[in-house]
Design a protein around this ligand. Structure first.
Ligand SMILES: [Zn+2]
Length: 250
């Protein structure tokens, strides 16, 4: 049987040994933004191609229209197919069989997994980071009996601290501290490292096993779409805990 091929991507190896596939698509895969000016057919063919690939690993595929909020949808059903949730920026599934994806282009894709197959995937820009969407996800794991200390976390390709210049208001929302003028930046505006902030929040909550992608969407703009670099395109972060029966067929 022909297995649909995966899109061009950067695999995240941290979860492979516990049966979890996680990756970020690259610029070469094309954009997955459904509201850009690109012809619908081109964008949807990419989505259908990805859906075909993921279908070999899990019967469910969860996505959402993202609003820079803190809602994490829990997928605990026995449905089958491709779900598009309204207004959510995170997905959580307590057991295998649900693939999930978020669109990103500077914001941080946050991958979380428990060795028993519970996973969560978040889209965390400055608003989601300031409002701590990470805490919502950790609470979802906790409600199902998965302790923070047993989780693995990966912070995927996102804008780096050198590239991410923000207003004093955004810096204060992120740190709770009024930002002093930044003498190192020509503009005097503060720089924020969203991934370092999210890692700090997760450590406070008890997560210890945290890895961070070496890629910056803006520094490595040839490889990834970046909103700040002027790209309209969006890549996808994808995560799936493979159903045990399907692992052997790979
Ligand atoms: Zn950078």
């Amino acid at each position: 049987m022909d297995v649909p091929s995966a899109p061009p991507r950067e695999n995240i190896p941290d979860f492979e040994d516990i049966g979890i596939s996680a990756f970020t698509t690259t610029r070469e895969a094309g954009s997955y933004d459904t509201l850009s000016g690109e012809p619908v057919r081109d964008v949807m063919l990419r989505w259908y191609g990805l859906r075909g690939f993921l279908q070999e690993l899990a019967p469910r595929f969860a996505t959402a229209s993202q609003v820079h909020g803190t809602r994490v949808v829990e997928h605990d059903g026995v449905w089958e197919g491709w779900l598009r949730v309204s207004e959510a920026d995170g997905h959580f599934a307590p057991r295998s069989g649900t693939a999930m994806a978020v669109t990103i282009a500077d914001c941080v894709p946050v991958f979380l997994a428990h060795p028993e197959g519970a996973i969560a995937l978040l889209h965390s820009g400055w608003r989601g980071t300031a409002a701590r969407i990470i805490d919502r996800a950790l609470a979802a794991f906790s409600r199902q009996g998965f302790a923070a200390r047993d989780l693995r976390m990966h912070l995927g390709p996102a804008i780096c601290g050198e590239c991410y210049e923000v207003s004093a208001e955004v810096a204060q929302a992120l740190t709770g501290i009024a930002a002093a003028p930044n003498r190192e930046a020509a503009s005097g505006r503060p720089h924020m490292d969203l991934r370092a902030l999210i890692a700090g929040h997760a450590r406070e909550a008890g997560v210890t096993r945290i890895t961070t992608s070496p890629w910056c969407t803006r520094c490595d703009n040839a490889l990834f779409f970046s909103h700040r670099a002027g790209d309209a395109g969006r890549q996808l972060a994808v995560m799936v805990a493979r159903e045990p029966a399907r692992v052997d067929s790979l």
